[in-house]
Ligand binder design. Sequence first.
Ligand code: 9W1
Length: 418
Amino acid sequence: MTNYKVADIGLAEQGRLKIEWAESRMPVMMSLRERYGRTQPLKGMRIAGCLHVTKETAVLIRTLAVAGAEISWSGCNPLSTQDDVAAALAAEGFPVYAWHGQNVQEFYWSIDKTLEFKPTLTLDDGADLIFTIHNKHPELAKNVIGGTEETTTGVHRLRAMGKDGKLLYPVIAVNDAETKWDFDNVYGTGQSSIDGIVRATNVLLAGKTFVVAGYGHCGRGVALRAKGMGCNVIATEVDSIQALKATLEGVRVMKMDEAAKVGDIFITATGMKDVIVKRHFESMKDGAIICNTGHYDCEINIKQLEEVAESKRTIRPSNEEYRMPNGNRIYLLAQGRLVNLAAAEGHPSEVMDMSFANQFLSMCYLARHGQGLAKDVHDIPGGQDDEVAMLKLSSMGISIDELTDEQLAYLNDYSAGT
Ligand code: 9W1
């Protein structure tokens, strides 16, 4: 009898190599493993996790286990599971229920399997595990000391639940750690989106006019990187303050109606629908490349593109050519889905290092202090952000100054006036 279900256990060796590679890029996780391997803060804990089964997540799983926890895991998205990584984890003895391309029943079956050992802690990305416990197995909640949530959407829904008094145990909003969301959005999305564009097209970025729709954290991250690759970057915005920020950061701002005529490459990062529509497609230059890195695939109106185009063909993976009535060609990447996930590999390990250090430390905090926490959504423990940032800096050999006692006193002195 096996305590796992993966696509192909034969992929384990390949998966092990991927995990080792990630470990070599995740120094914060490795230092936590060394420190907490000795003190065993998670001894006696049973952690059910529901989070993308990737090489980085495998590093988190191994670290939780080294700190003393028993683990049971499923993926939080039917398409994000790396089958070789799942196989490697299963071969190491971890109960993993995840394979690429699960259907809805298989997805929830996998979550149910991870709950069989009656977890004492839950670790979520999108809150499906917490929701399954609350809606389907509420009797399990009495064993659960607490949980964590990785994403903005999950945290949002859990806060609503907490506000209505519906949460059966405390949850820490890992997403809201500064060393998580800011680094994910700016540097993770920034690099991986450029990576997706390059993999799908292999175009030269230098000298291109690069249009970023939305100058939020993600848009800004992509703009920063595009600039670094030698693009002329244009941003479009609906928010005056974001537009001003872009302008003062050396990014030209204009309406999409204008940008559409001059852009070589377009990427949407707004979270809003219908950012690029028919009239924009019609005014684009021949050869324009368009893609999206926002969460939903409604930012580019693909239905209108399909309607207006005379023909369509696949040029190479994640790259479709649409022929416009005027003869111009438009290249849509990854069918308008997140180009950084569909055409690349998501956030690099170095970024996940910090997100998952926050997950790990939050798990340790819950194991120790969870019993005393209110059944609501909590911020990460005080000092944790700083600890993660300091560990990351130290892994890079970077030291920073410390305020002296005199300087601290100066900071708090209101008697001195000017
Ligand atoms: N998370 N390890 C696709 C990733 C899907 C995905 C998704 C990440 C990581 C945004 C988490 C095809 C990894 C994940 C590789 C991959 C995410 C959705 C990670 C970036 C977020 C909806 N959200 N993330 N690495 N798929 O990079 O765990 O390659």
